[in-house]
Design a protein around this ligand. Structure first.
Ligand code: NAD
Length: 504
């Protein structure tokens, strides 16, 4: 193990207290990628305390905003110059294709630049108190110690959505990436340190969530927990942060509807419906996993989707012909298989996929074929629960007139506890706006699927989340807002307990 694949606690690279380690293997082919420490709960607590000391006694919370911004820009510069190397770390941990990993790096660079800009924006404002001797102002301050807990899909991108605003606002943090994909988090904290971030501001804990997670979400020294991951874990974290009333931001899962009206541009809609679900083998929180299609075009749309899904080529990081990659782990593939089996048992029609691909090239990886389950209903578990794999469910709607069709589509699309993202396809601009306004999901694409920009906000309605990331709101999550009332001419008021009779 090299000195830079250890835990980073209070500026020191350390092994786990009990010496435990974990082997990271590429999910595409099983090749060994790294051996990393598996932290203990005590290590996690040490990291929290180091972050506390750095916040309470260190220079970072008081570092001028331009310097904080400059550090974020230097990180973006390093990622630009080391893009190929970092993309490879990410591709080997996740099994995703290099071409995708490189695109992720471009996104991450723009996230760091975005928050570098925001670090200096909105310094605060003066409020007119209506009194000549009073200066009244609203200022922003860092929240304090942040526990940043991230998932295995888009590991460095999800991490950058938390680390960049946390640093921009002047916080200290403990980062815990997914135990399955630690490599780029190691690169990130190492590079921040090399670029001059003071010791103790960035701390890194690697390990399983149930082992190192509780200290990060329960310790009284932690002020904010920002978590991206599954709904069940999110509920647990919310409960464990409650006794100490921490600030909390949760980005959870989605069962995202992709609505196709019969008046859509079907060439584009069908093409993007494939991207919506099969990008990264469906391991995308905003994946368009529920196709909700008008009954009159069902056969045309689904036949075409099935034919094209059957042709999708699977492969690992270096397969330049591959269109999508493996699932992250054996356990995750079993979960996806269970959802497909349950769907079929509940009456869904398996049109394509539903199995592991055959061939020696796939034997050592966790591949699963692009799968379409037709004739689904919203009562089915495969429609309601996140399989987080390459599984598209198809539901249909119809209506006697324009309003009835829209009502039916919207009712299906909103029939979920989730509310992360969704899309509507129609060439009728009025219909597009009407439907988008009624969808209870945090991001809506009209005649598109998946693009996002850091300047816009990201976040879920309903059980998809608490709080927002990106945009201006993303920085607000990491700042406390304080009103300072400065009376420059204090004087006694004599409202209470004034001079007694005979004493004046
Ligand atoms: P997960 O919930 O299993 O794990 C996420 C992180 O939480 C990991 O680092 C894990 O180790 C940690 N963890 C687990 N138990 C914990 C505990 N008790 N205390 C503290 N930390 C704990 O999620 P995953 O399987 O890694 O990621 C997939 C999920 O992430 C999907 O549900 C997906 O929709 C969601 N996701 C959401 C977004 C979004 O923007 N809304 C983005 C990406 C992924």
């Amino acid at each position: 193990m090299t000195g830079t694949t250890r835990l980073l606690i209070g500026g020191e690279w350390r092994d786990a207290a009990d010496g435990a380690t974990r082997e990271i293997r590429c999910p595409a082919d099983g090749r060994p990628v790294a051996t990393v420490p598996e932290a203990t709960a005590d290590d996690a607590l040490d990291a929290v305390r180091a972050a506390r000391v750095a916040f309470d006694e260190g220079p970072w919370p008081h570092t001028p905003a331009p310097e904080r911004a400059a550090l974020l820009h230097r990180l973006a510069d390093r990622l630009t110059s080391e893009k190929e190397e970092v993309a490879r770390l990410e591709a080997l941990d996740t099994g995703k294709r290099m071409v995708e990993a490189r695109l992720d790096m471009d996104d991450i660079i723009s996230v760091f630049r975005h928050y570098a800009g925001l670090a200096q924006a909105e310094a605060g404002r003066v409020v007119d108190a209506g009194m000549p001797d009073v200066v009244s102002r609203v200022v922003h301050e860092p929240v304090g110690v942040c526990s940043l807990i991230t998932p295995w899909n888009y590991p460095l991108l999800q991490t950058s959505w938390k680390v960049a605003p946390a640093l921009a606002a002047g916080n200290t943090f403990v980062l815990k990436p997914s135990e399955l994909t630690p490599s780029t988090a190691v690169w990130l904290v190492r590079t921040l340190t090399e670029e001059g971030l003071p010791a103790g501001v960035a701390n890194l804990v690697l390990g399983a969530g149930d082992r190192v997670g509780p200290p990060l979400t329960e310790a009284p020294e932690v002020d904010l927990v920002s978590f991206t991951g599954g709904l069940v874990t999110g509920r647990r974290i919310m409960a464990s942060a409650a006794p100490t009333v921490k600030r909390i931001a949760l980005e959870l899962g989605g069962k995202n509807p992709n609505i196709l009206f019969a008046d859509a541009d079907l060439d584009a809609a069908i093409d993007l419906a494939l991207t919506a679900i099969f990008l990264d083998s469906g391991q995308v929180c905003s994946a368009g996993s529920r196709l909700i299609v008008e009954e009159s075009i069902h056969d045309e749309v689904v036949d075409e989707l099935v034919a094209r899904a059957a042709r999708i080529r699977l492969g690992g990081p270096d397969d330049e012909q591959a269109e999508t990659g493996p699932l992250i782990s054996a356990g995750h593939r079993e979960k996806v298989e269970a959802y497909v089996a349950a769907g079929v048992a509940e009456g869904a029609v398996l049109r394509v996929g539903g199995a592991r691909p055959e061939g020696a090239a796939y034997d050592a990886g966790f591949y699963y074929l692009p799968t379409i389950l037709d004739r689904c209903t919203s009562a089915m578990s495969c429609v309601q629960e996140e399989s987080f794999g390459p599984v598209l469910t198809v539901e249909t709607f119809s209506g006697e007139d324009r309003d009835a069709a829209e009502d039916a589509a919207v009712a299906l699309a909103n029939d979920t506890v989730y509310g992360l993202a969704g899309a509507v396809w129609t060439q009728n601009a009025g219909r597009a706006e009407r439907v988008a306004a009624r969808l209870r999901h945090g991001t809506i694409w009209i005649n598109d699927y998946h693009p996002y920009v850091p300047q816009a906000e990201w976040g879920g309605f309903k059980q998809s989340g608490v709080g927002r990331e990106l945009g201006l709101a993303g920085l607000a999550e990491y700042r406390e807002t304080k009103h300072v009332w400065h009376n420059t001419r204090p004087a006694a008021q004599h409202w209470f307990g004034g001079p007694q009779d005979g004493q004046s």
